[in-house]
Design a protein around this ligand. Structure first.
Ligand code: 7TS
Length: 414
């Protein structure tokens, strides 16, 4: 397979020290699990290192220079993230630990105040558990209906049922993934938001898989909430983001109580801090946020449009090559409707065995239900093997995957 002209992938790869690793002498690492977590470029590793060497102090507290430097670095990262998703204000960017915490924050604050027995929340069959379980927990307590939009055989959302649910039920919130972590399906999020708003519902977008891979503009989308994780977009673990429309965040009660989220504490009652600090109780992941700022710089310098276009190329090539392997089934839509994720099964082979045999060839893929058990059940599966790609993966690595799959088949033919 020839090289893509969209990205200088070889130059990009040189920025990621871990990709030069050999899993054993002579066998190069082929990392195909970026959907679980991405690798980190030296620019991110160095930003974290620099922060600890030169700026480390607690934020929003000290009046000494180092604390001011730490606060500036932390707030600078917030501003970079604001620009990256084109939020109207940095006050709409709340640092959390990850997508999971961002979604739970909305459920436990906005949801707790606004949802009751006469309401419905609409999710989909392709959600990650982190966009199912927080709503189930709250539904048990508040008695609202949790409606689930089905996934069609071709891996696309059943939009007719989506429309019908909006017409027939008092839906107050649509909580939906922008891109599936298993099927790779990119949902028609503009239309979903427009129709939800027309029906009087707010929309929370699970951007865990879209923000790292596509240009996402919260103002153009008119999203009410957007949740995503730093570690899937070249940033460190332990930092995530909740974007919320300012008027909504202003009206929401706090999530966790503690330091930094208050303006004044009295035993008779406390007052909350201004946005976004109202939602950032306790010492945050400062170095992690700084690292995420560097990750956003890196992605922006390459260009999200180019990253997405390159990933479409690699997805198309991967699907074409996977289709050549006898007895292999890939789940999800064709390459034009999905990101660079391929979850598959092979006749007569357990998905975990496939992953283990691939590992012996240096090819790192994930096997299991990928925290999407209802989706697997819908396709009559307990598990799939999943290969996923990012800007640092090459077409040659697709070839390495295919070769390793043929070797795995040979093992099983004995
Ligand atoms: N939503 C989606 C669509 C995801 O893919 C994930 C993580 C999450 C939410 C949760 O993100 P977290 O950072 O809070 O854990 N997905 C995966 C995966 O596919 N394999 O490992 C994690």
């Amino acid at each position: 397979m020839s090289r893509s002209t969209l990205l200088d992938v070889e130059a990009i790869r040189r920025d990621f020290p871990i990709l030069a690793q050999e899993v054993r002498p002579g066998v190069k690492l082929v990392y195909l699990d970026s959907t679980a977590t991405s690798q980190k470029p030296r620019q991110v590793i160095e930003a974290v290192d620099h922060y600890y060497r030169e700026q480390n102090a607690n934020v929003h507290r000290g009046i000494y220079q180092l604390s001011e430097a730490a606060t500036d670095a932390y707030e600078e990262a917030r501003k970079k993230i604001r620009a990256f998703i084109n939020a109207a204000s940095w006050r709409e960017i709340v640092f959390t630990r990850n997508t999971t915490e961002s979604i739970n924050l909305v459920a436990q604050t906005w949801g707790r105040v606004n949802l009751g027995p006469d309401d419905a929340v609409l999710i989909s069959e392709m959600e990650h558990h982190s966009n199912i379980v927080p709503w189930q927990l709250l539904a048990q307590e508040k008695g609202f209906d949790l409606l689930v939009v089905p996934v069609r055989d071709d891996g696309l959302l059943d939009m007719d049922t989506f429309d019908r649910f909006l017409q027939e039920h008092p839906v107050k919130l649509v909580a939906i993934t922008h891109m599936s972590n298993v099927l790779g399906t990119i949902n028609p999020i503009e239309r979903i938001i427009r129709d939800a708003h027309s029906a009087g519902a707010l929309v929370l977008v699970d951007g865990a898989q879209s923000v790292p891979h596509l240009p996402v503009d919260v103002q153009a989308l008119d999203a009410d909430f957007l949740a995503f994780s730093g570690h899937k977009m070249l940033g460190p673990t332990g930092v995530g983001v909740l974007y919320g429309r300012r008027s909504l965040l202003e009206a929401m009660p706090p999530f966790l109580g503690g330091g930094d989220m208050i303006r004044r504490v009295r035993f008779g009652g406390s007052e909350w801090n201004e946005l976004p600090y109202k939602f950032e109780a306790g010492t945050p992941g400062i170095a992690q946020a700084v690292g995420l700022g560097a990750a956003v710089d890196y992605l922006s310098a390459v260009g999200m449009d180019r990253i997405h276009a390159y990933e479409q190329e690699i997805a198309a090539y991967a699907l074409e090559r996977l289709a050549e392997v006898p007895g292999l089934t890939v789940y999800g839509p064709d390459a034009s409707r999905k990101g660079a994720v391929a979850a598959f099964t092979m006749d007569g082979m357990h998905p975990h065995d496939i992953a283990q045999l691939l590992d012996a060839e240096g090819v790192a893929v994930r096997a299991g239900h990928h925290c999407a058990m209802p989706l697997h059940e819908r396709f009559g599966l307990v598990a799939t093997t999943r290969a996923s790609f990012y800007l640092y993966n090459t077409m040659q690595e697709v070839d390495a995957l295919i070769e390793a799959l043929y070797k795995a088949k040979e093992v099983f033919s004995f």
